[in-house]
Design a protein around this ligand. Structure first.
Ligand code: SF4
Length: 443
C-alpha cells in the first residue's frame, strides 16, 4: 500500500482543500500515514497569511531534502497559496528543484493527473493557474476530518483587496457556486450522517450565484435540508452584510447564534487605509441589529495592531470598540507586510516594540472580556454537539455549544455512543478560552 501524509497550514479553506486532496489520494489507492517521513507522498498545503510564512515554508521544505535524496520513489508536493505567487515558484525551481509537484489553489482536481504523470515519466510537474472559471466540487470526494460536521465551500476567491491581504492575489477573483449545487452537496452529506455544516467563503455576504440567489436565499435553502441540525458560516464582511441576512437569525431555526465579524481596527482613519469600506458607526449598527435579531448571539472578530501609520489614538479607538462590542473571542495579529500588497509599500511602518506593546495591551483587554463572558455560563445547561474526546482534559469529551463555545465535559457514555450527538451539559467551570461541565439528563 502506498502511504500519504498532508501538512496543512492556514485557514478552513485550506483545511477543506486538504480534505479534497486526501479524498483524491485515497481514490487512487493511497492510505493515510501519521508520520510524514514514513510516507510515499507528502503534500504541503501552504498559507501566505501568517507572519514569516515564506521563511517557515522554505524551512519545512528543507527538512524533506534528505528523505528526497535517499528515497528516489518518495514524492514531495507543494500546493496552496504560496505557489500562486510567481516569486515563490521561481525560488522553488531554483533552490528546491527536487520538489516533484507544485500545483495551485484552483487546480486541485488536476492533482491525480500530475501525480500519475510524475510517477510515469519521473519528471517534475508544475501546474498553477489563475482564475479558474469552473471549480467542480461535485467531482471531489473529500475525506472529512469529522463524521458529523463538514466544511462546504460556497464561494472561492475574493474581490475586496484589503490593503494588507494577499488572498485576492493567491485565490483569484470571487466566484459563487450555484445554490442548487450546494444544496445537493449538503443533502448528500446529511444522508451520510453529517449534522452540522460550515459554509465557507472569504466573504460569504457577497455570495450571489449566476441566477441571482444571495446569501440569505442560500441560508433558507440549507435550513430546509432534512438531517442538518446546525448551520454555521465563515467569514462575514461588514461592508456586505445585509438586513435580509441578519433576519435569517430570526427565521432560520438551524442557524447557530454565532458570528465571526472581523472589525480589524477601531479607527475610521485606519479602516480607510485598510480599504475596508465601512466605518465604526456602521460596524456598531450591524452589531446592534444582530443582537436585536438574536439576543444570545456570540461574536468573535479579527483585529490587526500596528497597521502602518497607526497612532496611539487610533489604537485606543480599537480598544474602545472591543470594549463596546464585548467579543466572546478574538484573533489578534500584529501587522506584518505581505510582499505585493499595497500596505507593504506604505512608508509609515510601526516599530516592533510599539506593535508588541499594543498587542499585549489588546490581548489583556480581550482575554478579560472573554473570561467575564464565559463566567456567565457557569451553572447553566447548554446543548453541546460532541466532536470527540477532549484534547486537554483526561477522560473527557469536547464539543461546541450553538454559540461555538468549546466545552470539555465528562459523561458515562462511550465514544461510539456519544460522538456526533447532541447532549445537555451543565457548566461547572469557566475559563478564558473554554468551559468545563458534566453531561446531565435532558428535560
Ligand atoms: S475580505 Fe479582505 S481580508 Fe478578507 S480575504 Fe478578502 S482581501 Fe483578504
Amino acid at each position: 500500500m502506498n502511504k500519504y501524509h498532508i501538512i496543512t497550514y492556514g485557514c478552513q479553506m485550506n483545511e477543506h482543500d486538504s480534505e479534497n486532496i486526501a479524498g483524491l489520494l485515497e481514490a487512487m489507492g493511497y492510505v493515510y500515514e501519521e508520520d510524514p517521513y514514513d510516507s510515499d507522498v507528502v503534500v504541503i498545503n501552504t498559507c501566505s497569511v501568517r507572519e514569516n510564512a515564506d521563511k517557515r515554508f522554505f524551512g519545512v521544505l528543507g527538512q524533506f531534502k534528505k528523505k528526497r535524496r535517499n528515497d528516489p520513489d518518495f514524492i514531495l508536493c507543494v500546493c496552496g497559496c504560496m505557489p500562486q505567487q510567481p516569486r515563490i515558484v521561481e525560488k522553488i525551481n531554483k533552490q528546491f528543484s527536487w520538489v516533484d509537484i507544485v500545483f495551485g489553489t484552483q487546480n486541485i482536481a488536476k492533482f491525480p493527473e500530475l501525480l500519475e504523470k510524475r510517477i510515469r515519466t519521473g519528471r517534475r510537474q508544475r501546474e498553477i493557474i489563475d482564475n479558474n472559471p469552473v471549480i467542480d466540487e461535485q467531482e471531489m470526494k473529500p475525506k472529512r476530518m469529522f463524521r458529523h460536521k463538514a466544511l462546504v465551500n460556497i464561494t472561492y476567491g475574493c474581490n475586496n483587496f484589503c490593503t494588507y491581504c494577499i488572498v485576492p492575489y493567491t485565490r483569484g477573483r470571487e466566484k459563487s457556486r450555484m445554490l442548487q449545487d450546494i444544496v445537493r452537496e449538503i443533502s448528500c452529506l446529511a444522508a451520510d450522517g453529517v449534522r452540522e455544516v460550515m459554509l465557507l467563503g472569504q466573504n460569504v455576504d457577497s455570495y450571489r450565484d449566476a441566477v441571482g440567489h444571495d446569501f440569505a436565499d442560500l441560508l433558507h435553502a440549507v435550513n430546509d435540508i432534512d438531517g442538518i441540525i446546525r448551520i454555521r458560516f465563515m467569514t462575514s464582511h461588514p461592508k456586505d452584510i445585509s438586513d435580509r441576512m441578519i433576519d435569517c437569525f430570526r427565521t432560520c431555526d438551524k442557524l447557530c447564534h454565532n458570528i465571526h465579524l472581523p472589525v480589524q481596527a477601531g479607527s475610521d482613519r485606519v479602516l480607510k487605509r485598510m480599504n475596508r469600506h465601512y466605518d465604526t458607526a456602521r460596524y456598531l449598527e450591524i452589531v446592534d441589529k444582530l443582537r436585536a435579531a438574536a439576543p444570545d448571539i456570540t461574536m468573535s472578530t479579527d483585529i490587526i495592531v500596528g497597521f502602518p501609520g497607526e497612532t496611539e489614538e487610533d489604537f485606543e479607538a480599537t480598544l474602545d470598540i472591543a470594549r463596546k462590542v464585548r467579543y466572546d473571542s478574538a484573533f489578534t495579529f500584529i501587522y506584518s507586510p505581505r510582499e505585493g500588497t499595497p500596505a507593504a509599500r506604505f512608508t509609515d511602518q510601526i516599530p516592533d516594540e510599539v506593535c508588541h506593546d499594543r498587542f499585549d495591551r489588546l490581548v489583556d483587554v480581550m482575554n478579560s472580556i472573554s473570561l467575564e463572558k464565559n463566567l456567565e455560563y457557569k451553572g447553566r445547561t447548554y446543548e453541546v454537539l460532541v466532536e470527540g474526546v477532549s484534547k486537554t482534559e483526561d477522560n473527557a469529551y469536547a464539543g461546541r455549544t450553538d454559540g461555538f463555545k468549546l466545552v470539555n465535559f465528562t459523561s458515562d457514555k462511550t465514544p461510539d455512543e456519544i460522538i456526533g450527538t447532541l447532549v445537555n451539559v451543565q457548566i461547572t467551570e469557566s475559563k478564558t478560552f473554554s468551559l468545563e461541565g458534566v453531561e446531565v439528563e435532558r428535560n
